[in-house]
Design a binder for this molecule. Structure first.
Ligand SMILES: Cc1cc2nc3c(=O)[nH]c(=O)nc-3n(C[C@H](O)[C@H](O)[C@H](O)COP(=O)(O)OP(=O)(O)OC[C@H]3O[C@@H](n4cnc5c(N)ncnc54)[C@H](O)[C@@H]3O)c2cc1C
Length: 522
């Protein structure tokens, strides 16, 4: 008889590890992760984690900034929990041994775009994510918790809409095995690899959303993919983010001729919302026929730049750029998946005993545009609630939507049934090229329809093999289809979703689009 765990957690970023650590105090836990334990988005987070702890801050102010950024469709009950439980969850990280940066004995707070006060706690200057990941992973072994690396979860085992466990591929031996648990928590991260240019590492292939969708869970808000305005643009150099906090410290955006331009696009100039800054940069790049702009910190004291951004400073220097003397070439890139498996405020999905946490979950706190540094906080607040829910043993009620949500069975939005075959065979680079040009920062009915047709064709033709790259391609394809179909339906522009054919926000669309997956869709 197979061992049954209390918890199976899929993923070992902050979401998987934090839930695992909280759960192991009371339950047996198995963490499955498809690469090494520290291969994840988390370790690249630079800016930090938002929490209303400052003297001039309050949960109310943090709430207001979050819902303003979310452009009318934040789940306000979830945002209240986010800001009210923030301080306690920061306390959990400190208890786990995380040391935040301080000034004169007090936690040092940075200001980032669209926050009305300095509110972002950081560690190691700009190494917050790496320090969190190291701290949590060093605690994640021992009694009650096992971690299996190189185990890629391929399916959630579901019977009568109840999760029983997962099926997983051991990427080293090639063996497939099933694991059973009383609670299954998907914490499999983001999907930046859907796009050609991204700040996300290779593991971010949308597996979590694909797993939830394949299990029949409701998936929501996929049209909202946040693009970060400033990824380092140096051909041949691996993707590297230049944190928003650099603009918070006074970094200025300039076009290739050295002209500052952001004040022409938004009253907060460089500190405007990410979507506005990304589109403004794109429009300057298109206007001048170039593929980058500059982020300039050369007017700031060099010592301050080095002390505050040691990781960025070092990375650029190692690649031949001294940012204290020369402006940094940057361009926008796919950054954060706002949508995902729809959950209630206890992290429950619409499948019983299946929970979702972290970037792949859609708790509703980000609305149509995530406020910078709210994502790490979201993980802690809702990760804790998953374990609290399991401890309380409350009955699952299956309700994760409201009457205002537009819930559509996925079969109703599938296309390409009449078309015989695709001229191009699918590959990750072909898919990424299509998504970047057709479902990226600026979309239209034409670009979305083209993408939709091609993606549906690829989906019909692609039969995944039992190896990591083929399975990841399948997840990326599933995620891209969900983004495209929701973006087509949303005939307006809101938050990070920008339609050139519907450039205004429409009151009719002050609602969420939700697709119902089914095991047959995969
Ligand atoms: C460059 C960068 C900078 C950022 N800066 C900030 C910031 O300053 N503040 C902030 O709040 N947020 C920031 N973010 C966002 C934030 O870091 C992420 O949203 C958050 O870390 C996601 O955590 P997670 O645990 O959900 O996912 P991840 O950390 O990505 O972990 C996902 C895990 O799931 C595993 N996995 C995936 N698929 C499978 C599968 N099929 N089977 C088994 N395991 C699987 C992966 O291997 C990985 O271990 C940043 C993101 C990036 C990329």
């Amino acid at each position: 008889m197979e061992q049954e765990y209390d918890f199976i957690v899929v993923g070992s970023g902050i979401a998987g590890l934090y839930v695992g650590l909280q759960a192991k105090e009371h339950f047996t836990v198995l963490v499955l992760t498809k690469g090494r334990i520290d291969e994840c988005n988390t370790k690249y987070a630079q800016g930090g984690i938002a929490a209303p702890i400052g003297r001039f801050d309050s949960p109310d102010l943090h709430f207001r900034d979050t819902v303003t950024s979310g452009a009318g469709i934040c789940d306000e009950a979830a945002v209240h929990l986010l800001v009210e439980e923030a301080v306690d969850r920061i306390g959990d990280l400190i208890q786990y041994g995380l040391v935040f940066d301080t000034v004169d004995g007090e936690i040092s707070l940075a200001r980032e775009g669209a926050h009305s006060v300095a509110r972002v706690l950081h560690a190691g200057g700009d190494a917050t994510g790496a320090i969190i990941e190291n701290t949590l992973s060093s605690l994640a072994r021992g009694p009650n918790v096992s971690v299996l690396e190189n185990h890629l979860v391929t399916d959630v085992l579901v019977e009568a809409n109840r999760a029983l466990g997962v099926r997983s591929l051991d990427c080293e031996s090639g063996k497939v095995k099933e694991y059973f648990a009383r609670h299954v928590v998907l914490a499999a991260g983001g999907a930046g690899q859907v796009y050609r240019y991204t700040s996300n590492p290779d593991v971010a292939t949308g597996d979590g959303v694909a797993l939830a969708f394949g299990a029949g869970a409701l998936v929501s808000d996929m049209e909202f993919f946040q693009f970060h305005p400033t990824l380092l643009y140096m051909p041949g150099v691996p993707p590297f983010l230049i944190s928003e906090a650099v603009r918070g410290e006074g970094g200025l955006l300039r076009d290739v001729s050295g002209r500052r331009f952001m004040q022409e696009y938004h009253p907060d100039a460089e500190l405007g919302p990410r979507d506005v800054v990304s589109r403004s940069i794109l429009s300057e790049m298109e206007r001048q026929g170039v593929n980058h702009v500059y982020l300039d910190v050369t007017h700031l004291p060099a010592k301050r730049v080095m002390a505050r951004f040691p990781t960025i400073f070092r990375f650029c220097l190692d690649n031949g750029l001294d940012i204290a003397r020369d402006p940094i070439p940057v361009a926008p890139a796919a950054h954060y998946l706002i949508g995902g498996a729809k959950t209630n405020t206890w992290g429950e999905t619409s499948v019983e005993k299946l929970f979702a946490c972290g970037e792949m979950a859609c708790t509703g706190v980000h609305g149509a545009n995530r406020l910078a540094s709210n994502s790490l906080l979201e993980v802690l607040v809702f990760g804790k609630r998953i374990v609290q829910r399991a401890l309380a043993g409350e009955k699952w009620d299956g309700k994760v939507t409201t009457d205002n949500d537009l819930v559509i069975p996925f079969t109703e939005v599938e296309r390409a049934r009449d078309v015989t075959s695709s001229s191009d065979k699918i590959s990750l680079s072909r898919l990424q090229k299509l998504t970047w040009s057709n479902i990226g920062i600026i979309r239209s009915s034409k670009s979305l329809r083209e993408a939709d047709l091609q993606l549906d064709l690829w989906n019909r033709e692609h039969t995944p093999e039992m190896n990591r790259s083929s399975l990841e391609l399948q997840s990326t394809l599933c995620t891209a289809r969900l983004i495209t179909k929701m973006a087509l339906l949303r005939e307006e522009s809101r938050g990070v979703h920008y339609r050139s054919d519907f450039p205004q926000e429409s009151p009719e669309w002050c609602r969420h689009i939700v697709f119902k997956g089914s095991t047959a869709q995969q």
